[in-house]
Design a protein around this ligand. Structure first.
Ligand SMILES: N[C@@H](CCC(=O)N[C@@H](CS)C(=O)NCC(=O)O)C(=O)O
Length: 210
């Protein structure tokens, strides 16, 4: 059985857990990282020398890096296209989201708003992140071709970008007005697996004074 190592409060573990649930793949998740620790042991570092979550373990092999894990799961269980160009057309946007959505949203806005006191915030970095997200999310809205970004079926891009939308909409910052993106997110919020594995309240992660 697959073992997914990583606390569910991690923005990098959530897309993997959501993907496994939607694909109906049997797995067990272990709370590793953050307050649980366990990611600095020799055994864990042998699986991921960076000591980060998530790690996926299956059949004696281990994988790290959320995009690598999602690609693997979608190829093996999710009907990811075997045609290289068709696959690349999907992967292109999932890869884009790591630099142009994840970076401004999680290590910038999430950390500034939740893990930094209001007195210590880097307002210039936050303004740059807001501008970057306005541009990237406008592009994402144009990608939405049906109930999901990929059309009728969840694909790699949905798991990567869709999972970030909870924090995107729940954090308090200036967003572009994108009704189609909002409707897509509202529909995700009705999916039981999205509710359970992505919509994890992060208010408890706030530092005093944030
Ligand atoms: N590039 C890595 C980033 C993973 C990452 O930054 N994980 C964070 C949590 S979101 C982590 O492990 N932090 C240490 C911890 O949780 O203890 C990936 O794509 O999986």
């Amino acid at each position: 059985m697959i073992k997914l190592h990583g606390r569910i409060t991690s923005a990098n573990v959530q897309p993997v857990a959501w993907c496994l649930e939607e694909l109906g793949v049997d797995y067990e998740r272990l709370d590793i990282g953050g307050p649980f620790g366990g990611n600095d042991t020799p055994e864990y570092l042998a699986m991921n020398p960076l000591g980060l979550v998530p790690v996926l373990e299956q059949e004696g092999q281990t994988l790290s890096e959320v995009m690598t894990i999602l690609r693997y799961l979608m190829r093996r269980y999710g009907g990811h296209p075997s045609d290289p160009m068709a696959a690349a057309q999907i992967e292109r946007w999932a890869d884009m989201s790591r630099q142009h959505i994840y970076v401004p949203l999680i290590p910038t806005l999430f950390w500034q708003l939740i893990r930094t006191t209001s007195a210590d915030r880097n307002l210039a970095a936050m303004a740059n992140a807001e501008a970057a997200l306005k541009q990237a999310m406008t592009i994402v809205q144009d990608l939405i071709k049906g109930p999901f970004i990929g059309g009728d079926k969840l694909n790699l891009v949905d798991f990567q970008i869709g999972s970030l939308l909870y924090r995107y909409y729940e954090l308090d910052f200036d967003r572009a007005d994108l009704p189609k993106l909002r409707a897509y997110y509202n529909a995700l919020c009705h999916r039981p697996a999205y509710r359970e594995f992505v919509m994890i309240d992060f208010s408890g992660m706030k530092v005093p004074g944030a």
